[in-house]
Design a protein around this ligand. Structure first.
Ligand code: GAP
Length: 520
C-alpha cells in the first residue's frame, strides 16, 4: 500500500478551500450568482443535493424509523399569524444589534462580547498547551486552578459572562453597550469604539397573504419548524393513537433575517432544520432532556468523525421557552460552534397555543387517569450546518508517495452522493457495453456514475474529489474472466473481484443498514 500524507491546513485555509471545492464540484453555489448573488442564501448543486438528502435521510431513519414512539410530519411553512404571537417570536425573537458610527457596520452585540471572551479562552488554552509540552506527568486540573495567568483570565471570563447574563435577563440594553465599552471592543473594520446604542431587531421575515393589498394580512415565514409540530400535537396524538412519551419529527425550511450573516452556509437567511419535539409527562422533562443529550451525541459519534470534534455547551441565557438548554458544538474550521440545540421547552408552547387559540391541547393519561399539558424536550439540528460539518471533516488534501497530490472527500460511504463509479478502461472493444451491464444492475440499489472520458487516473481523482467511495474498472481481461478492479477511495487500494460478487461488496461498503444498527 502506498504511503499517504495528509497536508495540514490552517482553519482559514481549510475553510477557503472547502468553499471553492464546494463550488467547483457542484456541491454549493451562491444563490442567483448571475446577478452577483444574494447574501447568506445558497443553492445546493447536483452533488450537494444528494449529500444533503442522505444526511436528512440518516437523521429521519434514526429518529423516526428506529423509534416506534416517534412519527414524522410535514407541516406548511406559512402558519396563522397568531402562532407567532403565542410562541413568543413576535415579541422576543430578536437579536441585540449595535452599529459602529464610523464604519457604518452593524454587529450583534452578543457576538462581539462572545468573540472577546473566546479570545481570552484562547489565551488560556495556549498557556495550557505550552505547559503540557514542557512538563511530563502534567496535571492539567491543578495547572488550571493554580497558574496565576490562567486563574486571572478565567476570573475575567466568569465576570464578563455573569455581567452579560444579568444584562440580557433584565433586558438592560444600556448595560450591554456598557460591557462593550468597558471591554474596549473595537469595530473590526474602522478600529474605533464609536458605538451606537444597542437595539433589539426582530429576525422574522414577513409577507402579505391575499391578492388585494387592503385585504391582505401580514404573515411570517416560519423561523423554526417546531411550531408546525406544536399546533398539530393533538391531531397527531389522536389520529396516531400516540401514548406519552412520544415524539413528532419534521424536516423543512426555516427563515431568519440574520444580520450577521457570514461563514458560508453556517448562518443563512433560508436554511433547513431537522427538529423533533418529544412530549413527556410533566416532572419527567429533565430526565428526558439528559436522555436526549446522550442519544443525539451518540448519533453524531456514529458518523465516525473524532469524538474530540464535539462538545456540549450549556446556554448562559435560556430562551424564553426553556428550563434547560444546551448546544452540541462542532469544531468547524473557524472554531467550536453550535451544530444542534437540545432544549427542555416545558409546556410553554402548548400552554400558549391553548391560551391564544382557545382550544384545549391536553393529553388524557389513561394510566394516571388525568388530563395534562405535556412538557416537551426538543432536539433541533440545522441540516446545512450538518452538511458543513461533514464537508469540514471529509475534505482532505493528501500528498502521495509518488510526489503527486489529491483532494479527497472522505465522506462516510453511506452518505456519499455517488456510491459507485463504473469506469470502462477504454471506450471501445466492448468494454462500455460490459460496464453498462454492471451499471444497470447496481443502479437499482445505489446512485452510480458512469464515466468513460479521460485517463483512468484522472477519473479516479475526479471520483476522489466528489467523495465516491468505490470505483469499478472494467478492462479487456474482464471480458474473459468476468473480474473487475475495485478501487477504494480512502486507501486507494485496488483488488480484482468477480462481477458476481460486486452487489454484495458494494452493499457491505455503503450500507445504511449497518450504520443504523450501530444506533440500536
Ligand atoms: N426550534 C428551536 C430552534 O430553532 P435554534 O437554536 O434557534 O433553535 C436550531 O436553531 C438549529 O438550527 C441550530 O442549532 C442550527 O443548527 C440551525 N440554525 C439556526 N439558525 C441558523 C441559520 N441562520 N443558518 C443555518 N442554520 C441555522
Amino acid at each position: 500500500m502506498s504511503t499517504i500524507t495528509i497536508k495540514k491546513l490552517s482553519g482559514e485555509d481549510l475553510f477557503k478551500n472547502i468553499i471553492s471545492h464546494s463550488k467547483e464540484y457542484g456541491f454549493i453555489f451562491q444563490s442567483s450568482e448571475i446577478y452577483d448573488g444574494l447574501s447568506a442564501v445558497y443553492d445546493y448543486g447536483q452533488m450537494g443535493a444528494e449529500l444533503k438528502k442522505n444526511l436528512r435521510d440518516y437523521w429521519w431513519k434514526a429518529m423516526v424509523q428506529l423509534n416506534e414512539n416517534i412519527v414524522g410530519i410535514d407541516a406548511a411553512i406559512f402558519m396563522h399569524p397568531t402562532t407567532w404571537k403565542a410562541s413568543g417570536h413576535v415579541d422576543a425573537f430578536s437579536d441585540p444589534l449595535i452599529d459602529n458610527k464610523d464604519s457604518k457596520k452593524r454587529y450583534r452585540a452578543d457576538v462581539l462580547i462572545e468573540e472577546h471572551v473566546a479570545k481570552i479562552e484562547a489565551k488560556i488554552e495556549k498557556e495550557v498547551e505550552k505547559a503540557k509540552s514542557r512538563f511530563e506527568n502534567f496535571d492539567e486540573t491543578m495547572f488550571r486552578s493554580t497558574n496565576p495567568r490562567v486563574v486571572e483570565n478565567q476570573k475575567k471570563i466568569d465576570e464578563i459572562n455573569a455581567r452579560f447574563k444579568a444584562a440580557l435577563e433584565e433586558d438592560k440594553l444600556d448595560e450591554v453597550k456598557q460591557i462593550i465599552i468597558d471591554l474596549e471592543i473595537t469595530c473590526p473594520v474602522s478600529g474605533t469604539r464609536n458605538w451606537t446604542d444597542v437595539r433589539q431587531f426582530n429576525l422574522m421575515f414577513n409577507t402579505q397573504l391575499g391578492s388585494v393589498s387592503e385585504e391582505a394580512s401580514t404573515i411570517y415565514l416560519r423561523p423554526e419548524t417546531a411550531q408546525g409540530i406544536f399546533v398539530n400535537f393533538l391531531n397527531v396524538q389522536k389520529t396516531g393513537r400516540m401514548k406519552i412519551p412520544f415524539g413528532i419529527a419534521q424536516t423543512g425550511k426555516a427563515f431568519r433575517n440574520e444580520i450577521v450573516a457570514r461563514q458560508f452556509i453556517f448562518r443563512m437567511r433560508e436554511f433547513e432544520q431537522m427538529e423533533m419535539q418529544f412530549f413527556v409527562k410533566p416532572g419527567s422533562d429533565l430526565q428526558w432532556y439528559e436522555q436526549w443529550k446522550k442519544t443525539r451525541m451518540a448519533w453524531h459519534n456514529s458518523l465516525g468523525f473524532p469524538e474530540s470534534k464535539y462538545r456540549f455547551h450549556d446556554h448562559i441565557k435560556l430562551a424564553h421557552y426553556a428550563n434547560a438548554a444546551c448546544d452540541i458544538e462542532f469544531e468547524f474550521p473557524f472554531g467550536f460552534k453550535e451544530l444542534e440545540g437540545i432544549h427542555s421547552r416545558t409546556d410553554f408552547d402548548l400552554r400558549n397555543h391553548e391560551k391564544f387559540s382557545g382550544k384545549k391541547l391536553q393529553y388524557f393519561d389513561p394510566e394516571d387517569n388525568e388530563n395534562y399539558i405535556p412538557y416537551v424536550v426538543e432536539t433541533s439540528i440545522g441540516l446545512d450546518r450538518l452538511f458543513l460539518a461533514t464537508m469540514s471533516q471529509a475534505y482532505m488534501e493528501e500528498m502521495l508517495e509518488d510526489g503527486s497530490s489529491r483532494v479527497v472527500l472522505k465522506i462516510p460511504p453511506f452518505l456519499a452522493p455517488y456510491k459507485v463509479a463504473v469506469l470502462p478502461l477504454v471506450k471501445k472493444d466492448g468494454l462500455p457495453e460490459k460496464a453498462r451491464e454492471i451499471m444497470n444492475q447496481l443502479k437499482l440499489d445505489h446512485l452510480c456514475i458512469y464515466e468513460e472520458k479521460d485517463s483512468i487516473g484522472k477519473r479516479y481523482r475526479r471520483m476522489d474529489a466528489i467523495g465516491t467511495p468505490l470505483c469499478i474498472t472494467i478492462d479487456h481481461q474482464s471480458l474473459e474472466d468476468n473480474m473487475v478492479t475495485l478501487r477504494d477511495r480512502d486507501t486507494m487500494q485496488q483488488e480484482r473481484v468477480s462481477i458476481d460478487a460486486l452487489m454484495q461488496l458494494v452493499e457491505a461498503k455503503v450500507s445504511i443498514r449497518a450504520q443504523l444498527q450501530k444506533l440500536m
